[in-house]
Design a protein around this ligand. Structure first.
Ligand code: XMP
Length: 540
């Protein structure tokens, strides 16, 4: 594994991803992690370190530093930007404080002739070619010379080399843009992990395979084998309960656990009544019928609907659905315990980004246990589960790959995210069975047409919203007075910001025609053309 120490750069996560794209396992850990702590993680065979960039100057008060044991471990280290400054400073070089402004944006590095002739130093650039368009204006340049476009973002810069280091490349304004030590220590003033450094991935590749001597063995199959072994070790012969939501994360988590412990896993699907058309049937078909995984389907539609009656406030809807879900789930777990004996483990589809987020704020390695409280008579005061989280080391796209390898249907693997409160927050105003039926029918058409047009995968989310607004229409000889349905489709990377999707007018026309003709209670369709911010993706 390659350990990335996170000094706070917005790109830290990206470094980890780029390394994994080269099929090498990588973990992102807080800046103050020590070599001793890392050695306790038995699953890590550490081949090298990356020190990320960060927003601080090494001269800021309280600026994070790297455990000296890591620097002297003898393992290769790539320091990027702030990481390079630390490498230089902590190995007794010197860093010049920023002279006011930061250097930000594109730059060109030029590899020095002397360094190019030193194979140990040059390894990081080996095999990297400049593309023809980049060399067009450089016909006077000697054979060895490499000039590469890179992306800079820094204030400080190294001005005195630590012992044993050589300058490998400079820029016009920075005489020490790349430094290296023959024992595999490299400092980059620029960011190889961003797309604006076109050969950056090749440089990381060289670091991994020529300097750290990693093996490219991190694949979905190896992830599955390792995870299955870890689950067996953790769970032993005990039972695990898993709530399937219909989304990709809980489905892949369940498949991994089932592969590890077979029928010691029991899956529960709670039908809240706020699911989309066909969702419950699909869960049953896939899990019970196809994978033969023990599945308990709880029909809780009436419970949810009666608690939601006349509730208009979106936050209140969320709260009710969240609470009710826990109650139903706990009652079911208690019943299953009476039937099968204790169920100490709860499966969760926690992903790596959530793990990174929580560990960067709380570096103490606390045991993860969750407690759920309820106040239903006759049940124990509180239930305590130990968590099984088989996706803790994976990014979303890796979860999808694993899902495909495990045989999860493609349609499921690429399904858009769906909020826990479901259709209840896509009906503006009070929720009832009639409105749910209307929305389900309309939503099915929206998604079907988007899939048929071949654009589903390009979208982050696409769905229908039932508004309480009524408007006048005409159908045949009759005047109608029915609801307005809104169609929402967005493109997004991280769901924090989003843009409305530029769906083709023909696609929108097909959606609108079908909805108005096929869905009773809707006589007008509008398309939401608001980005996030200022709007949100959901309407409630
Ligand atoms: P917004 O509407 O805030 O949504 O732009 C961002 C993403 O979060 C989802 N979302 C939810 N997911 N429970 C969930 O599990 C919720 O209460 C909830 N509200 C919004 C939304 O679908 C989108 O993907």
């Amino acid at each position: 594994a390659i350990i990335v120490l996170d000094f706070g750069s917005q790109y830290s996560r990206l470094i980890t991803r780029r390394i994994r794209e080269c099929r090498v396992y990588s973990e992102l850990v807080p800046a103050n992690t020590t070599l001793a702590q890392l050695k306790q993680k038995s699953h890590l065979d550490i081949k090298g370190f990356v020190l990320s960039g960060g927003p601080s100057s090494v001269y800021d008060e309280g600026a994070p530093i790297c455990d000296p044991e890591i620097l002297h471990s003898g393992l290769p280290i790539l320091g990027i930007c702030y990481g390079m400054h630390l490498l230089a400073l902590q190995l007794n070089g010197h860093v010049a404080p920023a002279s006011g402004s930061r250097e930000y944006g594109p730059a060109t590095i030029e590899v020095s002739a002397e360094a190019a002739n030193d194979p140990q130093i040059f390894r990081i650039f080996e095999g990297i070619k400049v593309s023809p368009e980049q060399t067009e204006h450089l016909d006077q340049v000697p054979q060895w010379s490499l000039r590469l476009p890179v992306w800079m973002s820094h204030g400080d810069s190294v001005d005195v080399l630590p012992e044993g280091f050589k300058v490998l490349a400079c820029t016009e304004s920075n005489p020490m843009a790349v430094i290296a030590h023959p024992r595999g220590l490299v400092g980059f003033q620029f960011h190889p992990e961003v797309a604006h450094t076109p050969q950056g991935k090749e440089m990381l590749y060289n670091f991994l395979f020529r300097i750290c001597e990693c093996e490219p063995g991190w694949t979905s199959s190896s992830v599955i084998d390792e995870t299955v072994a870890l689950i067996r070790e953790q769970v032993g012969s005990e039972r695990v309960i898993c709530a399937l939501s219909g989304g990709v994360d809980s489905a892949v988590a369940a498949l991994l656990i089932h592969r590890a412990i077979g029928d010691q896993l029991i899956c529960v699907f709670v039908d809240t009544g706020c699911m989309r058309a066909g969702e419950r049937e699909q869960v049953v078909d896939t899990f019970a019928s196809h994978f033969h995984i023990p599945l308990v389907v709880v029909d809780a539609r009436q419970r949810f609907l009666s608690r939601l009656a006349n509730v208009v406030d979106p936050e209140q809807k969320r709260k009710i659905i969240g609470e009710e879900f826990i109650r139903v789930f706990e009652q079911e777990a208690s019943k299953l315990e009476e039937e099968h004996g204790p169920i100490p483990f709860l499966a969760q589809g926690t992903l790596y980004p959530d793990v990174i987020e929580s560990t960067s704020h709380d570096t103490a390695s606390t045991a993860r246990r969750i407690k759920t409280h309820h106040n239903v008579g006759g049940l124990p005061e509180e239930m305590v589960f130990k968590l099984v989280e088989p996706l803790r080391t994976l990014f979303k796209d890796e979860v999808r790959e694993v899902g495909l390898v495990l045989g999860l249907p493609e349609e499921w693997v690429w399904r858009h995210p769906f909020p826990g409160p479901g259709l209840a927050i896509r009906i503006i105003g009070a929720v009832d069975e009639g409105k749910l039926e209307t929305l389900r029918a309309a939503d099915k058409i929206v998604v079907e047409e988007i899939r048929n047009a071949g654009v589903y995968r390009e979208l982050g989310q696409a769905f229908a919203v039932l508004t309480p607004l009524q408007s006048v229409g005409v159908m045949g000889d009759f005047r109608t007075y029915a609801n307005v349905l809104a169609v929402r489709a967005v493109t997004t990377g991280d769901f924090m910001t989003a843009d409305w999707a530029r769906l083709s007018p023909n696609l929108l026309a097909r959606i609108s025609n079908r909805v108005v003709n096929e869905v009773p209670g809707v006589n007008r369709v509008v398309y939401d053309i608001t980005s996030k911010p200022p709007a949100t993706i959901e309407w409630e």
